[in-house]
Design a protein around this ligand. Sequence first.
Ligand code: FUC
Length: 777
Amino acid sequence: MITRRQTLKGGLALGAVASGVFRSAAGAANSNASGLNLWYRQPADVWTEALPIGNGRLGAMVFGGVARERLQLNEDTLYAGGPYDPSNPDALVALPQVRALIAEGKYEDAQALAQEKMMARPIRMPSYQTVGDLILSFGASAYTEDYRRELNLDTACASVRFARDGVTLTRESFASAMDQVIVTRLTSDRPGALDFRASFETPMPGAVAIDDGHLVLNGHNVAQQGIDGKLRFQARVAVIPQGGTLQLRDGEFIVADADSALVLVAIATSFRRFDDVSGNPEATTLAQIKAATAKDFDALRAAHVADHQKLFRRVWFELPETPASEDPTNIRIRNSQTSDDPRLATLYFQYARYLLLGCSRPGTQPANLQGLWNDKLLAPWGSKYTININTEMNYWPAEPANLAECVQPLVAMVKDLAVTGAVTARTNYGARGWVAHHNTDLWRATGPIDGAFWGMWPTGGAWLCKHLWDHYDYGRDRAYLVDVYPLMKGAAQFFLDTLVADPSGKYLVTSPSISPENRHPHGSSICAGPSMDNQILRDLFANCIHAAEILGKDADFRKACAVTRAKLPPDRIGKAGQLQEWMEDWDMEAPEPDHRHVSHLYALFPSEQISVRRTPELAAAVRKSLELRGDLSTGWAIAWRINLWARLRDAEHTHSVVKLLLDPSRTYPNMFDAHPPFQIDGNFGGANGMMEMLLQCVDGEIELLPALPRAWPDGAIRGLRARGGFEVDIVWRKGALVSAELRGAPGGLAQVRYGAKLKAVRVARGRSVVLESADFA
Ligand code: FUC
């Protein structure tokens, strides 16, 4: 074991460079083999072939067309509808009746009554919407050669390059978080050979106008679900050619005979907060475009790349290079089931980190079901926030993959939900605190939606609170805990007020609730005390107690949490040896044995209530449940299974499920996850599963290489974060640990496990410790 100054970031390099196998991050970033490029030999035909760029708030899908380039544009607050309150006073009247029906085992009647009386108004939420497209048109051409389209994850730039009529044309696009614009630069290698037109196309209501030398699209959102559209938006384009001529007329810019041109897009809506739509998008876009046009392309690009790399380069993941990794990305995905291409996994992992940076930055909206990339007016599931798995999964990798800043929008959303959810708690349940059901949206609606079968689930907000705690646990920032503790407390108060005695009188349970979206054998999903609720509430109460202890407050509340927690039903093993999904042993009679949600397995992952070492019988029951469910499912459901199998320490099985996720039926050519259709949670959940194979924080330990598969014999991962405020690098070779380096900003004692050996390691503030395989001999 070697201790040294933290400034010496050589732990990984020692193992890797000495072996001569791995290249440096900077050097490798310029080649395909770096694992940091998605690339193609043809333009995107369809949206799931186009390449996403994003700055957390603005997004574009870049198609790379030859005669016609399409940048499909998004702004993350452009949702349908406007502020609304979905709470329903009838619910409170019906609540005891619904509970009584559940206690009598009349589940279908309970569901029917909940459906009639307890649901949100309106019963569906408005959708996230597209801004429309910026179209760049180039004249027809006889012949194109040397076409290459790519997305460089290390620079966060999408580019296209081809030769046409003897001229090489290049376009490069990025979404700048520094300058809040989408930038495209077009160049031609022959002076004066660049001609194009730029115009808007949109399915949104709006009109194109000229303002201040810019082309502007003034639009508004639409009414949906009976909620009036209350948002205005504006997209503003500036075109700055070098050489040649520029005209702006009839809704388009016309560039002729230029050497190069810069195209800048700013977009804003009038959204300010879930209850305030008084923003001024016109002033915002004008200020942003003016500020950006005062800079040249090189300055804009340099600021963007530096900002991106500061975050993106914190983690470096390397697996062996094989001939397959030289192929275009769509071919690699097509061949993923038969090829030897471990670097497809590293690309998938780093792409998820790239995507999270692209759709969730401080001050933006959280990552929705599609991150922020959506070309529709009515997106699948509204492309909003499904908080019975999908939103949480989006944030699974944020802490360990060293992108903790990306969690800020989620924290901000929970702050909003604590306000709107307090109205729902009071009105629908007569309870203190706050509640959110299985979905929310830009307007932070918290009522049960879609139908009682799916929506009558009060534990969504409580699950989100796990992320509030995890952010503390990874970073150990007390001031942050002071800030979020009242949110956790409010979530817990709701359950202190609403849990009811089960028929045996022994336990306290949620009622009405569901085990997300799964029908039990009694004709509905409605029930009391599904296992997942008990597990989520065990975490919520424990985290509240822990936080209150750290902050030295609320002794009575702490006690109430402890007393109530002790009365939650324990996890049970059913007649097939499975972990019971419900309080009753219904699993084997449930009509959908391969149901995609594995809600009751929350206790193993993302929670650590069940672990292979501490609770081996329950872990074996989880394994049985997973076997009964099967691995083939929707994209996000496969991703969840990867994490679970990794927690079970079954490396080969875990890897087989990783392969399932990389199959073309679950990964589009642009590497977006396919539910299908596109849903970004699988990208994030899958990436997290890969980390779980290499590093786990369970039972207060940091475990190295807990589920390393044979297909990843040699490798290195640098910069992962572990609970307790540590950063970890790991290098392995021939399937065995070579070395690991721990750094700790706060410093502290870490229990580090490799295989059967556990080692206590003290990391002083600002220093690092290198462990070698001999330390675990
Ligand atoms: C949940 C899932 C669906 C889908 C939707 C957005 O309802 O059951 O599969 O992911 O969220």
